[in-house]
Design a protein around this ligand. Structure first.
Ligand SMILES: [Zn+2]
Length: 199
């Protein structure tokens, strides 16, 4: 699903990989469409979301108007990028997990699971009442559950072979962000939740 030659912020097909072929070597070039500097605003999930929101609320103007195709259609561009995908494969070599007590937007008690990676930090909010169900899912072979929020979006936990994908977005097909939990991180997530003593 991920096309790594699209701008992470606006989805423009750049014709080159803004973060290098391995997705970890930013080119520091400027997106002609939204003006994002690759490696700067788009280096964290929160940064991508903020930059995208700023760009769209500002009228989705082209940074380099000379490069704008005559028949440019923002909806087509956004559709092409599935409304902004950002896939990140995590494993225990590059991710640290911590847990803390937090609140959902409606004030419900929650557990905050924080995944800290060199290029991003993902904050996953799980209502305390759903923790048991999440742990059950992580230890089972169930296909998917919808539990918790991140970046104000719902989270779908989806099993793909040995891995669990944390899909953040409108639904399981049109998600914005995909975080891949390898088996070692699934175990660490369960251990982190249990150690927090928050449920
Ligand atoms: Zn862009």
């Amino acid at each position: 699903m991920l096309n790594n030659s699209n701008c992470r912020v606006c989805g423009y097909a750049l014709g080159f990989a803004p973060w290098g072929e391995n997705n970890s070597d930013p080119t520091w070039e400027i997106c002609p469409c939204c003006g994002t500097e690759f490696g700067y605003e788009d280096s964290t999930i929160a940064g991508v979301q903020q930059a995208r929101q700023r760009w769209i609320e500002g009228g989705a103007r082209w940074f380099d108007n000379k490069a704008k195709p005559a028949n440019w259609d923002i909806n087509l561009q956004l559709k092409n990028m599935h409304w902004g995908e950002l896939d990140v494969k995590m494993d225990s070599k590059n991710v640290e997990i911590s847990t803390d007590s937090a609140f959902m937007r409606d004030g419900e008690n929650a557990v905050l699971i924080k995944y800290s990676h060199p290029i991003f930090e993902a904050n996953i909010f799980i209502p305390t009442g759903m923790i048991e169900q999440l742990i059950t899912f992580l230890q089972s072979n169930l296909e998917y559950v919808k539990i918790g929020t991140s970046c104000s979006n719902d989270i779908y936990w989806s099993r793909e072979g040995e891995d669990v994908y944390i899909l953040v977005g409108a639904d399981r097909e049109a998600w914005d962000i995909c975080l891949v939990l390898t088996p070692d991180l699934i175990s660490k997530t369960i251990a982190g939740i249990k150690m927090s003593g928050l449920y």
